[in-house]
Design a protein around this ligand. Structure first.
Ligand code: WT7
Length: 653
């Protein structure tokens, strides 16, 4: 994030479709009306500490009670000070104690179609054994365990085993390179590496262990490697350093009581890439994080014991941490976990899973939804999706037309959609509809959750007016907030706290509409400035996506002599061929939807848009391409390098 701030941003998007929850949904919901929401919101606003005190006592198991709810010194905060709890206890033992041990915790399906289910009692047993295995390698409180594994139950088991004994996990998405692993391991001082022999990806085998071997040549702090057998490929073996998972757990004790940990003990670090510089190890805690993940899961996903909940993320991202493992499992939910890709063996894999496991709640990303739209409705229509009752999205803004498609084609017009805004740094959801209470508007994350206090300011730090965009900040602490960047307090202050004194700077722009609804306008650095008008990327993109021919679109600014910046857009098409005619039609379309100001100067048609490995459009790289520059800056998080090379080659025609 650069230090550059923006003035106010022009709002050019007009969305007046409104979708109130059905009476039937509301009558059964955890939070069933806006009055109930407002009561909770006001309670937190009037007495923040009292509010969280009440919830923390109820919702977490305490080995030792805390004496102070919140201690705050500038940007350094501590929650539930003096208390001791354990996240793994709250996710596992608590359900067994309550008599719910037989409830299914994980329903898993592997890419080749293999299946496994684990009850909470069975998961608890696996976690205890693996925790003892880690202990046998000398892992203890405060040691960092690096995890580079496929989406198997063992990945969740590994995470839960770490937090059970106070070890700090650092999960690295299994698509990252050896270089990326080495950087993260060195920064974190990782002591143990968990991996598998390989992983399945669209029918091929990726050699994870070989990548780890290469990474460890450059990250010498790692003393032990534990290898899960998944694909049975041949791997190199370093005697003394490498251990098979199944052998490690063979001879250990089955019993491993959860270690009482300080509220503020680091539970995990998770690396997130900034637009520049090396990745930041975002540091989360024990009690505060756990409480935030659990409560937000219950509020927003309106969880009920008979739900089958599916979050399609990978555990390598915060979404997987908070909404595959820690949130749902603290609540005692039944979670579907899937190892494969959405288009293997065919483009209907997700819908096959929804039908087969009767999924009731599905949480996915706009990038996936746009892909489904592009692949065509016939893949969806093959399947009975009537089990679904609630849909969610996260990761980027969702274009209103993609929202409508999700609502109609996947939700059958009857499922509320929760568009959840949050960040790796926030630990859990911050703004989202409550499905039984909030009337939704396509493209808006609606309102802050109870205990979240957003402000929007312009570059002179003044609050902006209705429908003006500015920098989104959070003005009061919340339990799930990050506590630091691993090993770099100065950067922690500079990135999040320096710009707007006393507030957490999210790095996003946003506006509030006439109904008090929030609209995220993209990253501060991505604003396009045309003749002094500041436009948000998402608004230009949404206008294009509302045209039938466009599946996906990325808008960026490029230098322009007269206007300062001109708009360049990269579009991928839905079953039509690129043509000059279409280009003119799209310009007219944008003129009609937004106005002359937002008409793109350049429209480029492309098969694929460069994205991060977590599916976000990399606008920073596209800015370079649009300006005719060679891509500079960090490209290590780019998912597919060939996309970038191809874009640079293609000329506008
Ligand atoms: C950034 C955080 C949060 C878990 C996954 C991503 C963007 C996220 C939304 C949304 C508009 C969104 C923001 C945010 N973002 N959700 N619902 N609407 N934008 O975590 O990698 O830390 O990214 O993703 O720009 O700051 P992350």
């Amino acid at each position: 994030m650069s230090e550059k701030t923006t003035g106010q941003i022009d709002n050019v998007m007009h969305e007046d479709r409104l979708f109130p929850p059905s009476e039937e949904f509301s009558s059964k919901a955890v939070i069933g009306s806006m009055d109930q929401y407002q009561q909770l919101y006001d309670a937190a606003a009037n007495d923040l500490e009292g509010f969280w005190d009440g919830i923390a006592r109820e919702d977490l198991h305490w080995f030792e009670p805390y004496d102070t709810v919140l201690k705050q010194e500038g940007h350094n905060v501590e929650w539930f000070v003096g208390g001791k709890t354990n996240i793994s206890y709250n996710c596992l033992d608590a359900h067994i104690v309550a008599g719910n041990g037989d409830r299914t915790a994980i329903i898993w399906e592997g890419e080749p179609g293999d299946q496994r289910t684990l009850t909470y009692t069975e998961l608890h047993a696996e976690v205890c054994k693996f925790a003892n295995g880690l202990k046998s390698l000398g892992v203890g409180v405060g040691d960092v365990v690096s995890i580079y594994m496929p989406m198997t139950p063992e990945l969740a088991i590994a995470m839960l085993a770490c937090v059970r004994i106070g070890a700090i996990h650092s999960v690295i998405f299994a698509g990252f390179s050896a270089e990326a692993i080495a950087d993260r391991n060195n920064d974190a001082n990782a002591k143990v590496q968990l991996t598998s022999d390989g992983l399945y990806r669209r029918g091929k085998v990726l050699p994870l262990k070989a990548t780890v071997d290469e990474a460890l040549e450059k990250s010498p702090t790692v003393e032990h490697v534990v290898v899960l057998k998944r694909v049975e490929n041949e791997i190199a073996w370093t005697e003394g350093r490498d251990h098979w998972w199944h052998e490690l757990v063979e001879s250990v004790d089955a019993d491993c009581p959860a270690t009482p940990l300080d509220s503020e003990a680091t539970s995990f670090i998770l690396y997130t890439s900034g637009s520049t510089g090396k990745p930041k190890g975002i540091r989360h805690t024990t009690s505060g994080y756990n409480l935030w993940a659990k409560k937000t899961f219950q509020w927003v996903f309106d969880w009920r014991p008979d739900d089958v909940y599916w979050c399609t993320a990978d555990c390598g991202w915060i979404t997987g941490h908070s909404y595959i493992v820690y949130g749902p499992m603290s609540a005692g939910a039944t979670c579907l976990m899937f190892e494969g890709a959405p288009n293997y063996p065919a483009e209907d894999r997700f819908w096959d899973l929804v039908e087969k496991y009767k999924v009731t709640i599905m949480y996915t990303a706009p990038t996936a939804i746009r892909a489904f739209i592009k692949w065509g409705d016939e893949h969806v229509e093959k399947h009975d999706l009537s089990s679904l009752r609630l849909l969610g999205t996260v990761g980027e803004g969702i274009n209103p037309e993609a929202w409508m498609w999700y609502h109609e084609k996947i939700g059958g017009g009857k499922c509320p959609i929760v568009d959840t805004w949050w960040q790796t740094e926030t630990g859990g959801l911050m703004m989202s509809p409550l499905p039984g209470a909030t009337a939704t508007k396509p493209g808006s994350c609606t309102k802050p959750l109870p205990g979240v206090f957003p402000t929007i300011v312009d570059e002179s730090l003044q609050p902006v007016g209705e429908n003006h965009g500015g920098m989104l900040c959070i003005s009061r602490p919340w339990p799930g907030m990050l506590r630091g960047i691993w090993g770099d307090d100065e950067r922690f202050f500079d990135v999040y706290w320096k710009t707007v004194p006393g507030s957490y700077l999210t790095g996003d722009n946003a506006r509030i509409d006439e109904d008090g609804y929030y609209w995220i306008m993209g990253r501060i650095d991505d604003v396009i400035n045309v003749s002094g008008h500041r436009l948000s990327t998402i608004e230009v993109e949404s206008a294009l996506v509302s045209h039938d021919a466009i599946a996906e679109c990325a808008a960026v600014g490029r230098p322009h002599d007269l206007k300062g910046q001109a708009i360049a857009v990269f579009c991928s098409l839905k079953g039509v061929e690129p043509s000059e005619e279409l280009r003119q039609e799209l310009k007219l379309h944008v003129r009609k939807e937004i106005g002359a100001l937002a008409v793109p100067d350049d429209i480029r048609f492309t098969d694929a848009i460069p994205k991060t490995r977590s599916g976000k459009i990399m606008r920073r790289l596209l800015r370079d391409v649009a300006a005719g520059r060679k891509a500079v800056g960090d490209t290590s998080t780019l998912e597919d390098f060939s996309v970038l090379a191809k874009l640079a080659e293609d000329d506008e025609g």
